[in-house]
Ligand binder design. Sequence first.
Ligand code: SAM
Length: 246
Amino acid sequence: MRLVDNPMTDGFHEDRITWEKIWINRKVVPRKSRHETMIASDGFDSLPNLTSELHFYRVAMQFANTLPLNKFESIYEVGCGSGAFLYPLYCEYGCRVGGVDLSPELVELANQTMRDGKFSVGDAIVLDTKERYDHVFAHSVLQYFVPSVTEQVLVNMVLKSNLTVSVLDIPNQLFLLEQEQLRERRLGQDNYRERYRSLKHTYYSKSFFRDFAERNNLHITEFNSSVGDLPEDYRFGVIMRKSDRI
Ligand SMILES: C[S@@+](CC[C@H](N)C(=O)[O-])C[C@H]1O[C@@H](n2cnc3c(N)ncnc32)[C@H](O)[C@@H]1O
């Protein structure tokens, strides 16, 4: 893991809370159904209401239709958590699935739930690109990276993919203030400041991905899509296709 291996950060920031530490230590949050447990464990329990199974199912199916995904293809998620987003695709398509995540507990739940999937503990910045999948994506993850890390993670995803690289639920820089105010209101101001003093979300412009796609000869499709009850244009998604496979 970067933080643990890095002498510049290890020790010096021993007491400082980081997203990385939070996710490495993330535990399974039991709920009444298997999918609800996955949704809550993956962090979608910090909104006033748990994001519903139906919502996850709809957004995942919309994504699969747009790719389009078929049952003979394979799909891999970077920052998969316990696989709450991947699970509906696994159930509906029965295609080969895999993923990587920082949290050992979440990865274990993914392996228990999608038994013929291949989920491992690891850091997206050092993604194993030897075994390739047709579609490689990340859902609700890039807010935890600084842009230079995102750039490297995207390069890794391109190397791992045969056909497409997608990023979903990206916080839109145009609505930074509104989203920060919403987070503040939801958590209660004092509690918010205490918990998140050193923890920031990274917001992106659509041009960040357009430029990446252009530099890497990928065809990009953009759309607005938000998880949970956020207004749809607060977050967006991109699908980038390898040009030689269109
Ligand atoms: C909000 S959760 C989303 C989980 C999953 N993608 C989903 O939609 O259900 C963010 C996930 O990103 C993972 N993550 C954060 N930084 C990571 C990194 N550097 N490498 C791998 N996973 C990471 C966390 O462990 C966490 O499971």
